[in-house]
Design a protein around this ligand. Structure first.
Ligand code: B1M
Length: 233
């Protein structure tokens, strides 16, 4: 075996090297290695949120760029996504372990025609970690799914995710239907996903666009406390 082919022992790498190696492993869709890397960083005292954003989301950004540029294709990206989910699975209970009191409830789902769910899952995890109860509708949701969940779950917040420029307009379909049914103002509507921006959020009648999961948590908290103050006052 040549030197390059020798197995890399993840635990022998320093933090910076390990994160770089995790970028490579995520790129190569190596789920077990990603899980091992996550565990090592946690053992070294890293905060779960830092592992998530610096190692996993950082790695997925590289995958995204090469996917865009036609260097990676769907099968490879699926493997990378699977590896990322392996890491997220370990982090999920830790992010939810903050012991925060329940601050509100959110129904969230990816819109019809769209099967991207990593960002949505991350938002769900962070919201749970911040004390929200989250009902996750999964992917590819037609308007009926959202409406049914709003009725049965009675959340404070409706969250929608879209990763494609072709599916993001569907968020407006959902909001317009809520307006038609006279229930729009009963909920806080938050939207997110890589191709969206603040202007789009305003244009479709959402309460706010959330750039990332941390912003989603902050925005949700702000709107829920505003709503409670209004109810109290
Ligand atoms: Co897709 N894909 N993909 N893909 N994919 C993108 C989105 C793309 C930008 C890649 C590219 O070309 N650079 C491109 C879209 C281009 C466009 O629309 N203009 C694209 C394409 C074209 C496609 C297909 C059409 C490819 C094909 O089949 N030819 C196809 C579509 C399938 C479909 O949905 N119908 C497709 C398929 C896939 C896979 C299945 C292989 C896989 C998804 C696996 C999965 O999710 N289980 C995949 C992936 C992984 C990606 C990229 C590489 C990564 C997405 C991701 O998970 N990011 C992506 C490239 C990119 O975005 N740079 C790409 C990590 C995640 C943490 O970030 O999702 O942005 P993100 O979420 C963030 C924020 O946006 C925000 O918070 C999150 C956490 O911080 N946020 C919210 C998200 N949702 C929110 C909801 C909220 C609040 C905040 O509600 C309150």
């Amino acid at each position: 075996m040549s030197e390059e082919e020798e197995d890399i022992i993840l635990s022998e790498l320093d933090d910076e090297e390990l994160v770089q190696q995790m970028f490579d492993d995520l790129y190569d869709g190596l789920k077990e290695e990603i899980e091992e890397g996550v565990n090592i960083l946690l053992e070294r005292g890293w905060q779960p949120y830092d592992v998530l954003t610096k190692a996993l989301v950082g790695g997925m950004t590289i995958v995204g760029a090469d996917f865009r540029d036609g260097i990676l294709f769907v099968p490879e990206v699926l493997l990378a996504a699977n590896a990322m989910k392996g890491g997220m699975f370990i982090l999920k209970p830790l992010l939810a372990e903050t012991g925060a009191p329940r601050v509100g409830k959110m129904v969230i789902g990816t819109v019809k025609g769209d099967i991207h769910d990593i960002g949505k899952n991350l938002v769900s995890m962070m919201m749970e970690g911040a004390g929200f109860e989250v009902v996750d509708l999964g992917i590819n949701n037609p308007v009926e799914n959202y409406l049914e969940a709003l009725e049965s779950e009675e959340p404070d917040i409706l969250g929608m995710s879209a990763l494609l420029t072709t599916t993001m307009p569907y968020m407006k379909v959902v909001i317009d239907t809520m307006v038609e049914q006279g229930i729009r103002d009963d909920y806080i509507v938050l939207v997110g996903g890589a191709p969206l921006n603040e202007e789009f959020g305003k244009a479709i009648g959402a309460d706010a666009y959330c750039r990332d999961a941390a912003v989603a948590v902050e925005t949700a908290k702000e709107f829920v406390s505003r709503k409670h103050n209004q109810l109290a006052g």
